[in-house]
Write a protein that binds this ligand. Sequence first.
Ligand code: GLY
Length: 379
Amino acid sequence: MTKRVNRREFVLSGTAAVVGAASLKAVAAGAPPPGQAPVMMVKKSVKPVVISSNNGNIYKNGGDITGVAKAFNLMIGGSDVLDALIAGVNLCELDPADTSVGFGGMPNADGVVQLDSSCMHGPKKRAGAVACLEGVRTPSLVAKAVMESTDHHLLVGKGAQDFARNMGFPIEADLNTERSRKLWLEWKRRADPEHYLDPIKRSAAYYDAGLQMVKDGLIEFDHFWGTINCDGVSPKGEICGVTTTSGLAWKIPGRVGDSPILGAGLYVDGAIGAAGSTGRGEANLYNLSSFLIVENMRRGMAPKDAGMEALKRVRANTVEKRLLAKTGEPLFQLQFYVLNAKGEFAGVSLFPSKYAVCTEQGPQSLDCEPLFPNRPAQD
Ligand code: GLY
């Protein structure tokens, strides 16, 4: 039934199979066979998959299944792909045990939880995002509302919250949990003993205090920058993606990372694939890595190679001493989750870590392909 007619895989309908070779060549070039109605060109079925950062296969918000499994089941059941992915990441956003996303996400330096999210719909070629959103547990749903109900891409701060309220989202006074509040207090105690240092020293002290808490086992290395990215391709080859985060733990209020910025925290091209990230947003923003990865795939690279190429670019563009270990590796983590229109996928990272995937075989956590074999020494 199937016949490869060019680089992009198509299946010709049965009637086309009986036409002569010359006509078939013409059909392949887009012309109908002589005397017939235009032949229906149907994209060959792809292997459906949902991939995400590893928290997508950990948190269940009190239910039975993880985010990637929920998204995959909904997608296979015929839900819109983006709706399915967002329902998956909602589990992380709502679960207070995930301190990197939504309710219970690490607050900023003032102890306020500010959330960022973006989403992108491949078939509709639409996207939406919010940044510095306070008081709404599910910023991914507000990003989708921006996509569907406005002519804009990105709403921030109070404007984003007012929009969410107008769209019917409940606004809460505080998204901290007891755990996130206590961790913030511990960080404050470590970072700001004299209250004000000069700005450069203060910024270094903030960062160092956070990394020291990672070293002390209070925060996971992969969660200092928070975030879940989740991307999926349906059996029909429809591709979407969503990224949602509480951002860098104890960030300067108003700081926005890569998650809500198209081309950085997320990029989808419905004909090519999707890429998204978790990890140090600034390193990703300087390279617009998700866009770069999708463009690498457009030029023919496999998902893993496309992602590794972006990590090498990030590594090459990281030159400030404060960001490098004595041995030369970056002092931060960055991961990319990548899939293409055929359903091939990969997770890649600067240092060893896991990512989540759900296929017809069920959900699993897999090793990311690391650029460096070991995490850098933090001192
Ligand atoms: N990647 C999440 C952030 O840097 O905000």
